[in-house]
Design a protein around this ligand. Structure first.
Ligand code: AMP
Ligand code: MG
Length: 330
């Protein structure tokens, strides 16, 4: 049995988990909530720094309670999010991961945060070879595995869909994160307002849509603007995901990332998949958003395929792209 400790802390959520081949042994998290405005990278990093000791201690204690035979000496490796993410947050968590790996005398494993979202979804849902729609705060990408790498088939040209929803929500005075609140308002919308639908080739863009939605607030009910924002943005994402599936001839689709919790987005994707006789997969929402288990799980896959890091090569990569990673575990 291989046991990996994983640390996530690229943005708002500090998560730690212990994972083995067939289960998540235990997981603990602590999220940063901005007092006002959006995520402030340095404040988020300070939150992670002040919570790390407690979160890791609770993880170890909780794991011992759940599995009395387990000891800290059973940990085979320490995995952390090497990127992409906010520099100060990444550096804080990487420092903790290096210290833990050195203390426990086990290998350090640097993982790509986007691929971790994909792999935990594949694991939890049992989908073998899906086209993936990964939609989170900062990232929005359509990917699939092909000849040794996750290839990015389409992606946002500016901001992630989560950031677009959060920015719009902030403008109307809602607290961060705004996505769930926009969803709630949208469910009460009735009239569709035309907003910019921007798909260029296989890429999409959300900043013009966000600006237009703000402008549409003059003269339209808030619920209708939220509804139209969601319908427009999610249709763009569904269109590109469908084209990717047709192009690659793949019959499974996996949803990943925090925005994946949105029921309207899930419904559109499910309809699209049903219409083309494909299967739609979505993990439970704690494994959609940022979490420690996904980092530990991908860490385990990389550990078993020998993809560990020397401390001197473990610098964080705020712009780390998933297609930079050679996939040796598939
Ligand atoms: P992640 O970075 O993967 O943890 O995702 C965080 C993003 O997901 C934030 O931008 C949230 O606003 C967004 N989000 C969470 N729940 C929902 C929801 N139900 N609908 C839309 N966006 C959501
Ligand atoms: Mg994420």
């Amino acid at each position: 049995m291989v046991v990996i400790l994983g640390l996530e802390g690229t943005a708002w959520n500090l998560g730690a988990a212990l994972v083995t081949e067939d289960r998540v042994i235990h997981e603990v998290e602590s999220s940063y909530k901005p007092l006002h405005g959006g995520i402030h990278p340095r404040e988020a990093a300070q939150h992670h720094a002040s919570e790390l000791k407690r979160v890791v201690s609770q993880l170890i204690e909780g794991a011992r309670e759940r599995e009395p035979g387990l000891s800290i000496g059973d940990i085979d490796g320490v995995a952390f999010s090497q990127g992409p993410g906010m520099g100060p947050c990444l550096r804080t968590v990487a420092t903790a991961a290096r210290a833990l790996a050195l203390t426990l005398k086990v290998p350090l494993i640097g993982v790509n945060h986007c691929i971790a979202h994909i792999e935990i979804g594949r694991w939890r849902c049992g989908t073998e070879d899906p086209v993936v729609l990964y939609v989170s705060g900062a990232n929005s990408q359509v990917l699939t595995y092909h000849t040794g790498r996750y290839r990015i088939l389409g992606e946002t040209l500016d901001i992630g869909i989560g950031n677009a929803l959060d920015k719009f929500a902030r403008y109307i005075g809602l607290e961060h994160p705004g996505g769930p609140k926009v969803e709630e308002l949208a469910s009460r919308g009735t009239r569709f307002i035309h907003l910019p639908y921007v798909v260029k080739g296989m890429d999409f863009s959300f900043s013009g849509l966000t600006t237009a939605a703000k402008d549409a607030l003059a003269g339209n009910p808030l619920e209708d603007v939220c509804y139209s924002f969601q319908e427009t943005a999610f249709a763009m994402l569904t269109e590109v995901t469908e084209r990717a599936m047709a192009y690659c001839g793949k019959e499974e689709m996996l949803l990943a990332g925090g925005v994946g919790a949105n029921r309207r987005l899930q419904q559109m994707l499910r309809t699209m998949c049903t219409d083309r006789d494909a299967r739609f997969f979505v993990p439970e929402s704690k494994y959609l958003r940022d979490n420690g288990a996904m980092i530990a799980y991908l860490g385990m896959l990389q550990f078993r395929s020998g993809q560990t890091l020397r401390i001197e090569d473990s610098a964080v990569m705020p712009n780390f792209r998933p297609d930079e990673v050679e996939v040796k575990w598939r």
